[in-house]
Design a protein around this ligand. Sequence first.
Ligand SMILES: NC(=O)c1ccc[n+]([C@@H]2O[C@H](COP(=O)([O-])OP(=O)(O)OC[C@H]3O[C@@H](n4cnc5c(N)ncnc54)[C@H](OP(=O)(O)O)[C@@H]3O)[C@@H](O)[C@H]2O)c1
Length: 341
Amino acid sequence: MSATSLPDTMRVVVAAGAGGPEVLTTTQRALPRPDEGEALVRVIAAGVNRADLMQRAGSYPGTAAVADLGLEASGVVVAVGAGVADDLLGREVCALLPGGGYAEYVAVRAAHLAPVPAGVSAVDAAGLMEAAATVWSNLYMHHKPEPGSWLLVHGGASGIGTTAVQIASALGVRVATTVGSPDKAGFVEALGAELVIDHRRQDFAEVLLARSIRPAVVLDIVGAAYLERNLRVLDRGGRLVVIGHQSGATAPMDLEPLLKNNLTVTGSGLRMRPDHEKDQIIADLVRHVWPLYESRAIVPTTHAVLPLERASEAHVLLEQSRHRGKVLLLADLPPTTESPR
Ligand SMILES: NC(=O)c1ccc[n+]([C@@H]2O[C@H](COP(=O)([O-])OP(=O)(O)OC[C@H]3O[C@@H](n4cnc5c(N)ncnc54)[C@H](OP(=O)(O)O)[C@@H]3O)[C@@H](O)[C@H]2O)c1
């Protein structure tokens, strides 16, 4: 292992057991060592994702362990394992993680690192990977919405939603989106959404059909409660992409719209994908999405930055859906970035 001088222990936030935000506690743990093919990152900030809330509660599908939270981070490479080039040392990076980002240090597969896009602060960079990888892989890697066609993004003010609205708008797609409060409407319009529907006051399918808007693609995080309406609004040849099921994962499905309108229903879970697929997604992000950040066609949407120790408050913020965009946990002040908001 090549490394700069490092402490023996680090602060880490763990879930002491399955439960509410109060189970999150800060403790000391030995520094991880990078295995072959891995780098050790001194974490500047970590992104908080809805999946962390499910993991903490013990309800994340396929994840037995509740303890090590944190699917993304930014930081500086301070050590590399066998097979990883030394020139990575000292680089500021964004990391996609299987867990463990709520810590001062994290070991990560080197292929799951990306440079911080030029012009993006090292703190804001903590919130890019999970949403950008999910949005890009589901909307653009295998099929692409045509410029000028409509995309419906559910939960436009979420971490995922703010990224989807911006990427698609920047690439010429017309975006309709749902939000849960009037104050979020102006926010997502400023990110490029052309039509914003308050899902607590309006039925999104009625609004779209009244305007003869038939999306070519629906990016859905709601699941069961929206399945019938998502299929009803899709244009001929349209694609429903399910990446979340906050209202439930099981719903009766009328197959007739699939036949009548030649529809496709698909979905994926980033965390469950094998490493070689994530390698490809991250390489694609750097090639296609990072230039959008660098030209400021799209921007990070950091809502709040809280110290690592206040992870439970960050979880409450997401649970109450008071945030717009990303909530981050600050592990260490970066050398060159602005002070936290
Ligand atoms: N499959 C994957 O690979 C993958 C990866 C990352 C995330 N996800 C999923 O994507 C979703 C968003 O994740 P995140 O981390 O960005 O979470 P987040 O910021 O906490 O966002 C959750 C959003 O859900 C919205 N929402 C809740 N009920 C809704 C409804 N009935 N209609 C429309 N929107 C509704 C909320 O919006 P309002 O408060 O405005 O209603 C909120 O903005 C989660 O379901 C997560 O599990 C999937």
